[in-house]
Design a protein around this ligand. Structure first.
Ligand code: ZN
Length: 544
């Protein structure tokens, strides 16, 4: 099933001035499996080394991508600048780009190469509301007060994947490697808003494996349910419709949509005691009416229902719907349910994880400078976290926990149940931070994020090469996927036939800040973003 026309040539660079190559031309036509493996045993380490060296050469571009996307600060479904920028780089470098995939304007698919295996890179691109923060400053100091910001660090992921993809493109061309590289953005991950739709649109139908990458403070990968800190979820917005009336003069004429929201919330909180301890559910009231003397005719509440597996998530979802319908009945209002997002708990592939772990060990942790450590410690102190600076050791590959406890969610879960996948955690942020806050943005346009992204890009490129050149590994990954992971559990989508991506989400919030944020867009002509903003690195409190 794999292209046996892989012609591998050993490229030797002896002279820095004159690049000449193909010295020991060992262009072997690889038909016999034994010849294939024997040949690759020699070739693969050299190719991986070359990939790492090429990633190093692209460090400036990686830094620019990290900084540029940080400065765009775009919320889920509104990642227009980010997508335009990333696809621009890829198109300029010969990638074929399909825009607006799965009915999502900011989603796209970039492809290079041909034939099998098809290796897809995926990483998130959206940011967090109210998380605007000056990089390199170890206390809360927004760039634009109240604006969105990369308080999750998603600005670094595309730098990791695009850098790795550009390097792979070069190697594919130079060494005539068969295989296809594909890049997909994780649009609206914070809303768990797109991956189930990607799956439904068939984006992974011909994909052999998926290498996801996510910012972390550590360098690690995992398989199965990993450390068990994943939940799946359904995110639903309930919009109640009542009848407006003068709240003092004729309240009996009105029907309050806000009453329905409050009754639903109260009902849910009473019921919470009788749910499994594994459930995690939370809500925000997105519309509570306009002013007290008008009976609110419109009100809306947005719930995340999290549990450990499909049947239990579905149960919570059904219960939420029952509560909403009952609250509507009690108040004489009506209600619409809108699914905003959904996610299966991720389950990651052991074969790919073991392969990736070796590359993490080869690449090793970035070399942190004293300034990097000073920033990390000052921020940890500032927020009252354990002060231990940046991590200096890689994490070993751990056995998955037997009993997952649950935690956050990521809609890559849906992909992981459709195609063998791993999730690389690359070390581009500071440990012990609260997540989803300004604090998580502090390091994200500094040398910490730049170096961590370079390290992540090396592992992405090297792992892709492992699978490009060892077709038996692709087979093994699928064996694990079919015979272990999906032996008893089969993917079913949470999406109903009428559900559509919530592409209108965050439009108003983004428009409110667009002009102000634009003033601070990164321009590489000024050096790094820190230099452009005139920020001393690191900036820490001088007085306690
Ligand atoms: Zn994330």
């Amino acid at each position: 099933m794999y292209d046996a026309r892989i012609l591998l040539t050993l490229v030797v660079r002896e002279n820095r001035m004159m690049r000449f190559c193909v010295v020991g031309c060992i262009a072997v036509v690889l038909w016999a499996p034994s010849g294939l493996f024997a040949q690759q045993a020699v070739q693969l380490p050299a190719l991986k080394q070359e990939a790492a060296a090429e990633v190093d050469k692209l460090q400036t571009l990686t830094q620019q991508m990290v900084d540029e996307i940080f400065s765009f600060s775009e919320l889920g479904f509104q990642e227009y600048e980010t997508s335009r920028y990333a696809t621009g780089i890829l198109e300029k470098n010969g990638f074929r780009v399909e825009h607006g995939v799965a009915g999502i304007p900011t989603a796209w698919l970039a492809t290079y190469g041909s034939g099998k295996p098809v290796v897809a890179f995926i990483t998130d691109i959206d940011c967090i509301p109210r998380a605007s923060q000056k990089p390199g400053v170890a206390y809360h100091d927004p760039i634009v007060d109240g604006a969105p910001g990369h308080g999750e660090g998603h600005n670094s992921g595309m730098a990791v994947n695009v850098t790795a993809a550009l390097v792979l493109k070069k190697l594919i061309d130079e060494h005539h490697i068969a295989g296809t590289i594909r890049i997909i953005p994780g649009v609206a991950e914070e809303l768990l808003g797109t991956k189930a739709f990607y799956v439904r649109a068939g984006l992974f139908k011909d994909v052999d494996l998926v290498l996801g990458a996510h910012v972390e403070s550590e360098f690690s990968t995992s398989y199965g349910t990993g450390n068990g800190e994943w939940s799946g979820l359904v995110s639903v917005q309930y919009s109640f419709h009542g009848k407006a009336a003068h709240a003092a003069a004729a309240p009996w004429e009105g029907r309050s949509a806000l009453d329905a929201v409050e009754l639903m919330d109260t009902g849910w909180d009473f019921r919470r005691e009788h749910l499994r301890p594994a459930q995690r559910s939370h809500r925000v009231i997105v519309n509570g009416g306009d002013q007290p003397n008008v009976v609110p005719s419109e009100a809306a509440v947005w719930y995340y229902f999290r549990e450990l597996d499909y049947p239990h998530i579905k149960e919570l979802y059904d219960l939420g719907n029952t509560m909403a319908d009952s609250a509507a009945k009690m108040t004489g209002t009506t209600v619409d349910h809108k699914l905003v997002g959904s996610a299966w708990p991720p389950f990651l592939n052991k074969v790919i994880a073991e392969t990736q772990q070796k590359n993490i060990e080869t690449v090793g942790m970035p070399q942190w400078s004293e300034a990097d450590q000073t920033l990390a410690k000052a921020l940890q102190k500032e927020i009252g976290a354990k002060v231990e600076g940046l991590k200096i050791k890689i994490e070993p590959l751990a056995e998955p926990v037997k009993k997952p406890a649950g935690g956050g969610s990521d809609d890559i879960g849906d992909i992981s149940w459709n195609v063998p996948m791993v999730y690389l955690m690359y070390p581009a942020n500071i440990p012990n931070l609260p997540g989803h806050s300004w604090a998580n943005g502090v390091a994200m346009a500094t040398p910490i994020a730049h170096k961590g992204s370079t390290a992540g890009a090396k592992v992405q490129a090297m792992t892709a090469l492992d699978f490009f050149l060892q077709p038996q590994l692709v087979q093994q990954a699928w064996d694990y996927f079919r015979n272990v992971q999906t032996k008893e559990v089969h993917y079913e989508t949470f999406l109903g036939p009428e559900d559509k991506p919530a592409i209108e989400m965050n439009k108003e919030k983004m428009e409110k800040f667009a002009l102000q944020l634009k003033k601070y867009y990164y321009d590489p002509a000024h050096g790094t973003y820190l230099e452009q903003l005139g920020i001393q690195y690191p900036t820490v409190r001088t007085k306690p």
